[in-house]
Design a protein around this ligand. Structure first.
Ligand code: BGC
Length: 415
């Protein structure tokens, strides 16, 4: 009676309605790297939803953009027999973890997923014919964010080609504005580099970074990619070394810098700072990439828990919540992404998200929808890591473009 009375009171207060004692006892440990302002707000939606369903949320957040530190922490946890309930894993890494035999299938809550996911993404959520991952949202990587006041000072025209981009950057410089906000970390360097690869066309990108085609990797066009990156570097500030991506975004938000190359998780920072697209900032496709779309889909996988063979109620509730239309909407509104679930209304989203959605549809039809290398969607870890090392070396030395291209072709062979 006493327990029921307490549950009744909690329910009246809007908490834990219809929660069984077993659910109330389960705590779900969740490993992720969403620690910036916008990211924390987004993952907070999941925490609240799970708490309302009676689960205890144990946050295992490991700071570090793009998740390299989180992945190291995860390996340690799994090896020591303390795998979390769920972890933020994406792309080919999902298959890698599944092949270790440490994941649990979540098919029982995924009955309608196939018809509600784009086929390219539905495929990634599977291993051995079972759903083992739940997708959150779609991030577009090839964005350029521009402070509106800085753009106006530089003539007001959004650059759509590299010559236009350099003209805007020069005008910003002349107006005393730092043209580009950049964080010197390997994944941020790789993000910029893949943007420039994409600016040579989606076919070139696919041949180079998906097929790892040697002829494309060693082509004159690829030498030109490195040349362009070198030129872009001329507009960075001296303080870029080690700077986190969200601090670079803050420079654009505050008008200390004019532009940033970053995926649309940056939009979560603008939203969190109360800034409006169109009025305070502009989102544009990276010059030369208007028709293409580098996708980056975050997802959670679920680890076998001690003494359990199948997914626990908490793990199934997590997966089900992540794919629910209400959560998909609220999460992306905070995260800067767009829902991955098809058919979720875009009515509450801003112009940038609407553009992302429209461009995604166009890119899917035209063959311009390509997986992001820098965000773990295009290649297994070993090859992606080796390519990243080449780009990092280039961007932190005076290496010439031809030598970088030779190193790139060698790195692509890493298995
Ligand atoms: C993830 C995003 C995250 C970003 C910065 C990306 O790889 O997919 O969810 O916001 O890294 O940490």
């Amino acid at each position: 009676m006493k327990f029921r009375a307490i549950m009744g009171a909690l329910c009246a207060a809007g908490l834990m309605c219809g929660v069984s004692a077993a659910q109330a006892a389960e705590s779900v440990e969740v490993l992720h790297w969403w620690t910036s302002g916008g990211e924390s707000k987004a993952v907070g939606v999941l925490k609240d939803d799970m708490t309302k369903q009676g689960y205890t949320w144990k946050d295992f957040a490991v700071a570090g953009g793009a998740g390299a530190a989180a992945m190291t922490a995860l390996k340690t946890q799994v090896i020591s027999g303390n795998a979390p309930s769920a972890a933020q894993i994406k792309g080919p890494l999902i298959q890698d973890w599944a092949s270790q035999g440490v994941l649990v299938p979540i098919d029982s809550v995924a009955g309608d997923w196939k018809k509600n996911l784009p086929p390219e993404i539905d495929k990634i959520m599977h291993a051995d014919g079972h759903y083992v991952a739940a997708p959150f949202s779609v991030h577009r990587v090839n964005w350029l964010y521009i402070n509106k006041a800085a753009l106006d000072k530089a003539g007001g025209k959004v650059p759509t080609t590299w010559p236009e981009f350099f003209a805007v950057a020069d005008k910003m410089k002349a107006a005393g504005i730092q043209p580009i906000a950049m964080g010197g970390q390997p994944w941020q360097d790789l993000t910029l580099w893949e943007d420039v690869v994409l600016s040579q066309g989606a076919d070139f990108y696919k041949k180079a970074l998906v097929d790892l085609d040697e002829k494309t990797l060693t082509s004159d066009k690829m030498v030109g990619v490195f040349d362009t990156v070198r030129k872009i570097q001329g507009y960075f500030d001296a303080g870029r070394t080690g700077r986190d991506w969200n601090l670079a975004t803050a420079m654009v938000i505050n008008g200390k810098a004019g532009m940033q190359f970053m995926g649309d998780w940056a939009k979560g920072e603008f939203a969190n700072a109360g800034k409006k697209s169109g009025a305070d900032y502009v989102c544009a496709a990276v010059p030369g990439t208007e028709k293409s779309y580098t996708f980056n889909v975050d997802s959670f996988v679920f680890f076998q828990q001690k003494g359990q063979k199948a997914a626990t109620p908490g793990q199934l509730a997590l997966a089900k919540t992540i794919m629910s239309p209400e959560f998909q909407e609220q999460f992306s509104l905070n995260k800067g992404s767009i829902p991955v679930r098809l058919g979720v209304s875009m009515a509450k989203f801003d112009d940038c998200a609407k553009k992302s959605y429209a461009d995604e549809q166009t890119a899917i039809k035209s063959g311009g929808y390509v997986p992001s290398l820098a965000h773990g969607m295009a290649q297994p870890d070993a090859a992606a890591g080796a390519i990243s090392d080449v780009v990092t070396k280039f961007m932190n030395s005076q290496q010439d473009s031809k030598s970088a291209v030779a190193a790139l072709a060698k790195a692509a062979k890493t298995k």
